[in-house]
Design a protein around this ligand. Structure first.
Ligand SMILES: Cc1ncc(COP(=O)(O)O)c(C=O)c1O
Length: 390
């Protein structure tokens, strides 16, 4: 054990020197809703880091729904979904999600990470071929590895590179894995081209809509609605309840056969405790609000344009989503920028490798409909002066 502790202490020291060390910080929410938090030193910070895109996580309707369900069902589900953990509120949520997306069925999972693992593991065979965007979320990368299928990572957002690889062919079925909105860059996947390629090569596209549902398209229906695609063809979608929904948990949506297979085969579904019923109730309340939140979505996208226009010279990555990344490259520079923003009252942590590729450290700014225009203007000013000195 001593040699193990020694090895890891040395590693940790190395990470610190390289600006790669991560620390866990408790932020106390101010007033129970909104985006203001207090750090350990008592400093109040406006967060530009959460994925609470519609500011629903503290919404009174969600609280009311959760509290009512708590009174009825208690706190934990107490068991796996197939062993008595399923409550009527889970079924009601799954049904409402499927209706919202115009899909036949939905299966709930404990988290997006689990949903991606289960979906890919259940469907993709060892002899199949997986083609994954290079910047997919870690859960899709891990899911691909777990499946045991051959894995090729195509150039980010590049259908031509994907087509070149698909043309080479191989055994088994081809699967394409992509985020709908990329979590650390904020750009939107070229969905029409990916679906064309899936059709052409008899492949299936698995799309992770974690950052797209609630944010993009009419009714917040995500990337398909954003591109106004009505007949997508070979597409299976996954979404999370922990981002625009403001809750926790996730789901896979698609044809009935898919949900039937996942229920039998997806290990991360079969062997996990069902979502706490109160969270399912809060998610149901969130869905009602989210579907009708067109004004909030318009505000959110106006904030995005406003931020970019206020800082046109910033090293922005291309993005049409509320995820706005300033590419600083150097870990130390990203950390220094984040510290300066904190001094100005903003919480905006530096994102560094391995979350992003080497030499691409950045500030990942996430906007929310809960932000006001004056707050975004103030952030832009703070960014401007921090960029000037770091
Ligand atoms: C694109 C993407 N997929 C999946 C996940 C995992 O979702 P969850 O946090 O519900 O596990 C996340 C974020 O956490 C994500 O950004």
């Amino acid at each position: 054990m001593d040699s193990l502790a020694h090895k890891w202490r040395a590693e940790q020291q190395q990470w610190r020197v390289q600006g790669l060390s991560r620390s866990l910080e408790s932020l106390d929410r101010v007033g129970g809703e909104g985006l203001r938090f207090r750090d350990a030193e008592g400093r109040e910070l406006l967060s530009f880091a959460s994925n609470d895109y519609l500011a629903l996580s503290g919404h009174p309707e969600l609280r009311r729904a959760a509290v009512a369900e708590l009174g009825h069902s208690g706190v934990g589900a107490g068991a796996a979904p197939l062993l008595g953990g399923e409550r009527p509120v889970h079924a009601a949520l799954a049904k409402a999600l499927a209706a919202w997306l115009g899909e036949e069925a939905v299966l709930l999972f404990g988290s997006g990470y689990l949903a991606n693992l289960g979906l890919v593991q259940a469907l993709v065979g060892r002899k199949d071929r997986l083609y994954a965007d290079r910047l997919n979320h870690a859960s899709l990368v891990d899911a691909a590895r777990l499946s045991g299928a051959s894995l090729q990572r195509y150039r980010h957002g590049d259908p031509e590179d994907l087509a070149r690889r698909l043309r080479q062919g191989g055994g088994g079925r081809a699967w394409i894995l992509s985020d709908g909105v990329f979590s650390m860059d904020g750009d939107i996947a070229p969905l029409p081209e990916l679906l064309d390629l899936a059709r052409q090569y008899d492949a299936v596209l698995i799309l992770d809509e974690a950052h797209a549902f609630g944010v993009l398209g009419e009714g917040g229906r995500g990337s398909l609605a954003h591109f106004a695609i009505e007949q997508p063809g070979p597409l299976l979608r996954m979404g999370t309840l922990g981002k625009a929904f403001g809750v926790y948990g996730a789901f896979v949506a698609g044809p009935q056969w898919l949900v039937d297979v996942l229920r039998q085969r997806a290990r991360s579904f079969i062997y996990h405790t069902a979502l706490p019923p109160a969270l399912a109730a809060a998610s149901l309340a969130a869905l009602t609000l989210l579907r009708g939140a067109e004004a909030e979505r318009r505000h959110l996208h106006a904030l995005r344009r406003r931020l970019r226009e206020a800082l046109p010279q910033g090293p922005w990555l291309p993005s049409e989503s509320p995820i706005q990344a300033l590419l600083l490259r150097d870990n130390g520079r990203a950390l220094a920028m984040s510290a300066r923003l904190r001094e100005a009252g903003f919480y905006c942590p530096a994102v560094r490798p391995p979350t992003v590729p080497a030499h691409s450290a950045r500030l990942r700014i996430t906007l929310s409909a809960g932000h006001g225009t004056a707050e975004v203007d103030a952030l832009a000013l703070a960014l401007q002066s921090a960029l000037a000195v770091s």
